[in-house]
Design a protein around this ligand. Structure first.
Ligand SMILES: Nc1nc2c(ncn2[C@@H]2O[C@H](COP(=O)(O)OP(=O)(O)OP(=O)(O)O)[C@@H](O)[C@H]2O)c(=O)[nH]1
Ligand SMILES: [Zn+2]
Length: 396
């Protein structure tokens, strides 16, 4: 591999090994956290040894504090901090709210980590918010710090958004990467984590394509796009032959295992997916992007957790907040990149969600028209749809 940009002959896309290396480092560190292991996250100023709060049993906590010879702190999102009643001066918005570092009693106990980071543990512990023990200190973390990257890494790993971190004092002359390598621990730069989504989108390339006749849309091709770290693929479902140079009828559909595949009545996704395919087919041509961002970007497991919270009274947006997520964690750079590679720079977008229109425009795709995409509600999804309209600004 070379460090220079090179053109992929089959797709015309650009690949760059200097983009791939950080993606792979993020992927390795995230996998390690999912397995209950530790990773090193570094910036020019600070190096942290990190584990996922979700995996924090006594063994992991001992390992973190023992290896780093320092006290662990719990990093949670500002949204979770607000839910559990952490006092302090940190942003408490519903979107992109940053993270808070909690200094908690030493040695850090796994049950306290669970109660602070996991609403299910908090509910089961009969310990309703505010649940912060006396003497805990909360500190807002500056954007770009490795602590913030640690939480983003847990999100990328589709875990609860919370991390245990211990500062590392490196021996003179040793780099964070060198320290980690000696101990067979993955190391990743904080900037690689914070820039992951954008970099991954830039490296998407077409890796597979086939004709797949669908019910009601027989002239259909499916094209798979994969990022350079071998991460999860997004799919373009191209129906008919969209005319070049004219706005293409397009639907951005975020993966919903329960709705799309199982026909869950909790949401409207199944109807929207099949409805979009039929409408595009009836219109003659268009494209549906099937985006791998289940549960508005929080992953299937966290969506199931959110459903459980909804069954105890929280609406779809507040359930995300209880877990420490933003209302909507989705990103649309991959969609914009796929459209670009397919040769579409202007779309007639089938959506009720103004955020999708804004996001596509921000990523350089012209939305010439918003085409409403509304389906009949049912008794199970009525309040979900109402919340999206009243609190989420969806246009029904
Ligand atoms: N976190 C969370 N995700 C949900 C819930 N219900 C559905 N989803 C996810 O929401 C996404 C559905 O979004 P879309 O239909 O693409 O988008 P939308 O924001 O409703 O906008 P439209 O284009 O108008 O449909 C899928 O990823 C679902 O898995 C929920 O209660 N909580
Ligand atoms: Zn759904």
């Amino acid at each position: 591999m070379t460090d220079s940009l090179s053109s992929d002959a089959a797709t015309g896309t650009m690949t760059d090994s200097s983009l791939t290396a950080p993606l792979v480092a993020v992927d390795r560190a995230g996998s390690e956290l999912r397995r209950g292991g530790v990773a090193v996250i570094y910036s020019p100023q600070r190096t942290l040894l990190v584990g996922a709060a979700e995996a924090a049993d006594a063994g992991l906590l001992d390992r973190l504090e023992g290896m780093a010879q320092a006290s662990a702190r719990l990093i949670i999102t500002a949204r979770r901090a607000s839910v559990i009643g952490v006092p302090g001066d940190y942003p408490q918005t519903r979107q992109g709210a940053g993270v808070v570092a909690l200094t908690i009693p030493q040695p850090v106990e796994e049950t306290l980590v669970a109660v602070l980071s996991d609403p299910a543990a908090a509910i089961n512990s009969n310990n309703p918010p505010p649940i912060l023990p006396d003497g805990c200190l909360a500190e807002a973390v500056e954007a770009g710090e490795p602590d913030e990257a640690a939480v983003i890494l847990t999100k990328l790993a589709r875990l609860l958004p919370a991390a245990i971190v211990v500062p590392l004092t490196l021996p003179a002359g040793q780099t964070a990467e060198g320290w980690a390598q000696e101990r067979s621990i993955p190391a990743v730069a904080a900037t690689a984590i914070t820039g992951y989504h954008e970099t991954a989108a830039r490296t998407l390339r077409q890796v597979g394509e086939a004709r797949v006749p669908l019910e009601g849309a027989e002239n259909t091709r499916i094209i798979a796009f994969r990022p350079a770290d071998g991460g999860i693929e997004h799919l373009a479902i191209v129906i008919g032959t969209p005319e070049a140079g004219k706005p293409v009828l397009a639907r951005l559909h975020s993966e919903c295992f329960t709705g799309d595949l199982l026909g869950s009545l909790r949401c409207d996704c199944g109807d929207q997916l099949r409805g979009a395919i039929l409408s595009i087919s009836e219109a003659g041509a268009g494209v549906l992007l099937y985006l791998a961002q289940e549960g508005r970007g929080i992953g299937l497991v966290n969506k199931l957790r959110a459903y459980q919270l909804q069954d105890s009274g929280f609406d779809t947006l507040d359930a995300n907040g209880q877990l420490g997520f933003d209302d909507d964690e989705r990103i649309y750079q991959p969609a914009a990149e796929m459209l670009r590679q397919l040769g579409f720079d202007s779309v007639r977008l089938m959506t009720n969600n103004p955020l999708k229109v804004e996001a596509l425009a921000r990523h350089g795709v012209t939305v010439s028209e918003r085409v409403p995409h509304v389906f009949q509600s049912n008794v199970h999804n009525l309040s979900y749809l109402r919340t999206k309209a009243v609190k989420g600004g969806h246009l029904f």
